[in-house]
Design a binder for this molecule. Structure first.
Ligand SMILES: [Zn+2]
Length: 217
């Protein structure tokens, strides 16, 4: 059996290739040819949840990892997945969302109203100053925030969206998972009450009364 010293020696020696492998395009993929989309929440430990090492300081790394609020589809998530799947040799997409997500904790309309109170006009915004072409129609802002009614439903719809997106090659494997903050375990998204018991998975459990602006269901 190799000692850790042997492994570290090998990995550090491979570092030069690892550091420059983006130059090799599809011939220089990450170790698992994997792209991970995950919520940015610090209670979601991506490496532990998936049993991988996204990156290491001594060369090698299992995945490209994209994190945003909720771990949901956004145009930038699509952009990043498109690049890694089409040009950097990625063959698999894994999506991880989680129970008790902050994206369940308020209604998007209330967040929009709070921003208006701060003097922001969500109907007249340049979302990305470097890309003014990217615009939301009037009334689209609350949908854009992406608050969820149900994390399992959102996770399943996120998988579906990546599977069907024209920028994602059809032979890329796509799966979605829910990390249970309460039990520190990963499970498949489900609508079965028993599997969801003792975990917070709906906005109703956070006292949100109204359905979110239509995006996920
Ligand atoms: Zn979250």
């Amino acid at each position: 059996m190799a000692t850790l010293k042997d492994e570290l020696t090998q990995r550090t020696e491979q570092f030069d290739h690892w550091a420059t492998r983006r130059r090799y395009g599809p011939d220089g993929p990450n170790n698992r040819r994997l792209w991970v989309l995950a919520c940015m929440d610090e209670r979601l430990p991506v490496d532990e949840a998936l049993g991988i090492r996204v990156d290491t300081p001594v060369g090698g790394g299992d995945a490209h990892c994209f994190r945003n609020a909720g771990g949901i589809v956004t145009e930038d998530a699509i952009r990043s997945a498109m690049l890694t799947c089409n040009f950097f040799g990625t063959r698999e997409i894994v999506i991880v969302q989680h129970t008790q997500c902050g994206m369940l904790s308020a209604n998007a309309k209330d967040l929009e109203a709070a921003l208006r109170d701060k003097g922001v006009d969500p109907d007249n915004l340049t979302l990305d100053p470097t890309l003014p072409e990217l615009k939301l129609d009037k009334g689209g802002f609350a949908k854009w925030i992406g608050m969820m009614d149900d994390v399992d439903v959102t996770c399943m719809k996120t998988v579906e969206t990546f599977r069907n997106h024209p920028l994602i090659p059809k032979d890329v494997t796509v799966s979605g998972w829910v990390w249970e903050v309460e039990t520190r375990r990963l499970r498949a998204p489900t609508q079965e009450a028993e599997a969801r018991a003792r975990t917070d998975v709906t906005s109703g459990q956070f006292g949100v009364k109204d359905k979110q602006p239509g995006r996920w269901s």
